[in-house]
Design a protein around this ligand. Structure first.
Ligand code: ZN
Ligand code: ZN
Length: 365
């Protein structure tokens, strides 16, 4: 990253009316500097950058900053008071320092007001606005994470019948680790049958997957800190007319959403493409969540794709497109892909086939 990300954030300081930004959110710190410890603050000034952490992470911070090509001093606070004193010293040369209003508690802010001589100014989503736009390194990590989830699902999906939801989850998560993932990207969702699959975020149980069930599997891998996210829905045995109708409806809505993605489009408009098709067919009330969300160092991050959002998609956004329908007694259907917004549409990172709800054959390779 070689300091380029620091420069992108620094370029925003003047417009914010601050001389420096005090970054507290650990995900933002990781994105800016490569530091992955659980305790840290970064002060981004116009000329210099400094990271403050505790004694567990001093060496790690120096190594990770160097590996990222970020030139910054590292200060270690042996106690909480010493850490606050370091931050006060770093902020002292600046007239006004922005703090991350979404990530600082009232108690933290009160302590800073006591020990800092500098004026503190609430800043909103400064690093997040830059973090949203993924560079090629980040996109390739997510593409690898998607490929691992694709491979794991290809191996596990042909053998769902007779297993419990929890067993399917365990197999997927073990295979993703064996294929090189740090772990699952989130708690894998396996939801089967007329009751469990009616819950969009059902947690896997000992319920056995049986003929006649719809099975929703929402699975992603974590690679180099970056997440993937994908959902496929299967029907065990021959689909009923309603299962076939709803699968085709959700798939049509999802494909229309993916086909519509382009830079300059509002998230509201994208949500409307998927929701409009499902609503036209009379199932609008069954689509109970937003169409998608950004993915990156977090599994859910900006931009959120829903009816209320006002974000505009930009080149480099990585978002999901995941309409679904749910109703107790029926179960549910969701189809989700992860896409990168490009100049001329999008690149789909998830590759598991979705043309049929029937259980796939085992992979031959
Ligand atoms: Zn998902
Ligand atoms: Zn998702």
């Amino acid at each position: 990253m070689s300091g380029a990300r620091i420069d992108r954030v620094r370029a925003r300081l003047a417009a914010l009316g601050v001389d420096a930004l005090l970054v507290s959110d650990l995900t933002n710190i990781r994105w800016l500097t490569g530091f992955t410890g659980s305790n840290g603050w970064v002060v981004v000034g116009r000329d210099a950058v400094a990271l403050v952490t505790d004694g567990r992470y001093g060496d790690q911070a120096a190594k990770q900053l160097a590996a990222s090509g970020v030139e910054a001093s590292v200060l270690v606070g042996a106690t909480g008071a010493e850490t606050q004193a370091h931050l006060a010293t770093l902020c002292a040369p600046h007239d006004r320092v922005g703090f991350e209003a979404e990530h600082v508690t009232y108690a933290q802010h009160s302590r800073w007001v006591e020990v800092f001589d500098t004026e503190l100014w609430p800043a909103h989503g400064v690093v997040e606005a830059e973090r949203r736009v993924k560079d090629s390194v980040e996109i390739e990590l997510m593409a690898r994470a998607c490929a691992i989830a694709d491979q794991a699902l290809a191996e596990v999906a042909p053998h769902l019948e007779g297993l419990t939801e929890a067993q399917v989850r365990n197999r997927l998560e073990l295979r993703m680790r064996e294929l090189g993932a740090t772990g699952p990207s989130y708690d894998t969702i396996v939801a089967t049958g007329p009751v469990n699959a009616a819950l969009p975020h059902h947690r896997p149980t000992d319920t056995v997957i049986e003929a006649g069930h719809t099975v929703i599997i929402d699975v992603g891998a974590l690679v180099g800190g970056y997440h993937s996210d994908m959902t496929r829905t299967f029907v065990v045995g021959d689909p009923t007319p309603l299962q076939a109708e709803l699968y085709e409806l959700v798939l049509a809505a999802q494909q229309a959403g993916v086909a519509a993605v382009r830079a300059g489009m509002s998230v509201k408009e994208l949500d409307g493409v998927c929701r409009g098709i499902i609503t036209e067919h009379g199932y609008g009330d069954w689509f109970t969540h937003g169409t998608g969300h950004g993915v990156g160092l977090l599994i859910h991050e900006d931009p959120f794709v829903n009816r209320a959002g006002d974000a505009i998609l930009q080149v480099g956004d990585v978002v999901t497109v995941e309409p679904g329908v749910y109703r107790e007694g029926f179960g549910g259907v969701r189809v989700e892909d992860l896409v990168v917004v490009t100049e001329h549409g999008c690149r789909v990172l998830t590759a598991t086939p979705k043309d049929s709800p029937c259980l796939p054959s085992p992979p031959t390779t």
